[in-house]
Structure formats: structure tokens, C-alpha cells
Write a protein that binds this ligand. Structure first.
Ligand SMILES: C[S@@+](CC[C@H](N)C(=O)[O-])C[C@H]1O[C@@H](n2cnc3c(N)ncnc32)[C@H](O)[C@@H]1O
Length: 358
């Protein structure tokens, strides 16, 4: 078995984090950086599962984008006719995917307005793939989820190319086995993985999520840096329970506490990872309900000199609060997840603590 042409897909804004992870972990050689996708060549057989990716696919074929007319959708069936299915099946298994194909499901997306819908594209390609492989095709047109074990194919139309891809794994990479429980506002695991990577956690570091929810950031930090010391707090009991269950076995200390008054000593934390309860699905409780600035004050108090915080915020209007507490933004990046615009910010604490007057 040889190297394969792969496509890793990600949330918009995480393209650079995903590229860096592919290069850093030696997963392959990057050939193209696109909108929400990175193309790369694997180095040979072996599992390829970047944690900052939503999913990884084998590149199965490309044709020019057929354009906007409904009558041209049928031409996309050529992608399915021309795909080298034997080689793809072998490459999939060699890169950590399952052997065998129980059925076919296709998920399509396109950029720009079209006179057809995604189901027209999916059915045009899926019915031919299923016929060639001698298995059933599950159309998503019905709204029903595909039965387990169906092989996932993806079609994207970007205005220039129509691309056919075959998912390597049995299920999308962003669905993590550890995430047995969830809470409102819980993080998309690849975004949590990108935040943990951005924090540069080293062995022995103490890492804190003061509003840990279901513990996604701590679980990703624990996977990346198994020798770090991990603490998570939340004021909601349901979140504490969820985080305990999701991080079981990773040695994370999870407790109930108010992020406005953390049970940790001054300067005792090397890295903070957090998406605080502002904006949207979650409301601030306890001390933070009256004063979000207490969150920043506590962050600054517990961070060690030169410590780093990586936070996800719904807007940038709060950064002056962080600055007032001596936290300096060194990297700001927009990330779009499930249609919502958010901002990933890395901040550093000053090298020395400010002297306080007696
Ligand atoms: C956006 S969620 C965090 C989601 C989490 N990162 C995850 O992946 O599941 C914000 C969390 O802050 C918690 N919270 C709200 N007010 C708090 C407070 N004063 N102290 C600690 N946690 C608080 C909420 O209960 C909620 O779980």
C-alpha cells in the first residue's frame, strides 16, 4: 500500500491550527490550503487522525464544478463512475479505517447559490457508488440518520471543483468517545483541541478551566499533555458531574466552585483554557452574574508570571478588561462554528507580579 491523497476538513478559522498539527505530528506533506480544508499526502500506511480536524477523507476524484443549473447535476455521477473503488478501499483500511462496506451515505455542500439542492447532488453520486459496490444507498432526503456502519462519502462544490471524498473512519473524527455527557454551550472538540495546542502545555504544567462545563477542554488537554496537572471548576452541579464522567481516567480534578473566587493560590496555574459563560446559550451564575470583570481578575490572580490563557469569546469588546488586569493579548483569531462567529484569544501574564502598596 502506498501514500494517499487526503483531505482534512475543519471549522473556518482553524485552517492554520490544523495545518500546523499535520506538520508537527508528521502526518503528511501539505499540498493545498483551502477554505475549511487542508489537502495533504500521507507518508504511507498508518492511522491519520488530527484532533483539530472535523474529519479526514481520502480524495476519490475531481471534476470541474458543474455550475448552477439543475440539469448539470447528473454530470456529477461521473465522479462515482471514475473513482478507483478497489484502491480506495485498500487505502482506507491501510489508514486506520474499517474493512468492508455495509452501505453508502453521501453528504454534499456547495458554495454560492444553485438551482438544485444538496440532496440532488448526494443522490446523483450515492446511487452510482452503491450500485458499483453492490450495497444499499441511504438517501439523506428522508431526514433519517444513516444506519450504523454505512460508509461516509462527501461531495463539495467550491465554484471551481467538484470533489468526491471517502471518510476514513467509521464515524466523523469530531465525535469523541469520551464525550458521554454534554451541557448547553459545550465546545466543539476540534476547537477545544486547537485551544489546547495554542496554549503550549508542557509536562508538569498546571492547567485550569475555571468554567469547565462538560470538560471538553480538559479532556483535549489531557489527551495532548498526559503529564500535565488538570483542574476544572464549574458552579453548576450538572456540569461538574458531566465533566467528571467525560474526563474519567485522565486524572483531572473537577470541583464545584465560583470562577469569581477560585480555590487556588495566587500564581499557581501555568495555563488557563476557557470559554466563559457569556453570550448565547449559557448564563453567568454566582459572582460572575453581577460582575464579569471578576472572571478576569481571578484569571490574572491565579496565573503564574509568564503564564498563558487561551480563551474563546463571543466578541472582542471585553479584551480591555483583560488588559486592565495585566493580561496582554498576543494572538486573536476569528473562528466560525455552527454558524456562530467567535474569537480565539491567547493572552499572557506579565513576567513579574505588580507590586502592591501596603
Ligand atoms: C460555555 S460553558 C463552558 C463549556 C465547556 N467549555 C464545555 O466544553 O462543555 C460555560 C460554563 O460556565 C459555567 N458558569 C457560569 N457561571 C459560573 C461561575 N460563576 N463560576 C463557574 N462556572 C460558571 C456554566 O455552568 C457553564 O457550564
Amino acid at each position: 500500500m502506498t501514500a494517499a491523497s487526503l483531505v482534512a476538513r475543519c471549522a473556518h478559522g482553524l485552517e492554520s491550527a490544523l495545518s500546523a498539527e499535520i506538520l508537527h505530528r508528521g502526518l503528511g506533506v501539505i499540498t493545498h490550503l483551502g477554505h475549511r480544508e487542508i489537502h495533504f499526502r500521507s507518508r504511507g500506511p498508518g492511522a491519520v487522525a488530527p484532533r483539530t480536524a472535523d474529519d479526514v477523507f481520502l480524495l476519490a476524484g475531481r471534476r470541474p464544478d458543474p455550475g448552477t443549473a439543475r440539469r448539470d447535476v447528473a454530470s456529477l455521477a461521473r465522479l462515482a463512475v471514475e473513482a478507483d473503488l478497489d484502491t480506495l478501499t485498500e487505502l482506507r483500511r491501510g489508514h486506520g479505517g474499517p474493512a468492508g462496506v455495509a452501505g453508502i451515505e453521501v453528504s454534499a455542500s456547495f458554495l454560492g447559490g444553485r438551482n438544485f439542492n444538496r440532496y440532488d447532488v448526494e443522490d446523483a453520486v450515492g446511487s452510482v457508488l452503491a450500485r458499483r459496490l453492490g450495497v444499499g444507498y441511504h438517501s439523506r432526503r428522508t431526514g433519517e440518520a444513516p444506519p450504523p456502519g454505512h460508509t461516509g462519502w462527501r461531495v463539495t462544490l467550491d465554484g471551481v471543483w467538484a470533489t468526491l471524498m471517502l471518510r476514513i473512519g467509521e464515524r466523523p473524527l469530531h465525535r469523541r468517545c469520551y464525550k458521554r455527557r454534554t451541557v448547553p454551550g459545550t465546545l466543539h472538540p476540534p476547537l477545544a483541541a486547537a485551544m489546547a495546542r495554542m496554549a503550549g502545555i508542557r509536562p508538569g504544567h498546571t492547567v485550569l478551566d475555571p468554567c469547565c462545563g462538560a470538560g471538553t477542554l480538559l479532556a483535549e488537554a489531557g489527551e495532548q499533555a498526559p503529564r500535565a496537572v488538570l483542574y476544572g471548576f464549574d458552579l453548576a452541579l450538572s456540569a461538574v458531574r458531566a465533566a467528571r464522567e467525560n474526563t474519567a481516567g485522565l486524572g483531572v480534578v473537577v470541583g464545584r466552585a465560583d470562577a469569581g473566587r477560585l480555590p487556588l493560590a495566587d500564581g499557581s496555574v501555568d495555563r488557563v483554557l476557557s470559554n466563559p459563560p457569556w453570550g448565547g446559550q449559557v448564563t453567568a451564575l454566582g459572582l460572575l452574574a453581577a460582575s464579569p470583570s471578576r472572571w478576569w481578575a481571578e484569571l490574572r490572580r491565579v496565573l503564574a508570571p509568564d503564564g498563558t490563557a487561551v480563551v474563546l469569546l463571543p466578541g472582542l469588546d471585553e479584551l480591555p478588561l483583560g488588559l486592565r488586569h495585566g493580561l496582554v493579548p498576543v494572538h486573536v483569531q476569528g473562528v466560525r462554528v455552527s454558524g456562530a462567529q467567535t474569537f480565539l484569544v491567547r493572552l499572557t501574564a506579565p513576567t513579574r507580579r505588580r507590586r502592591t502598596r501596603a
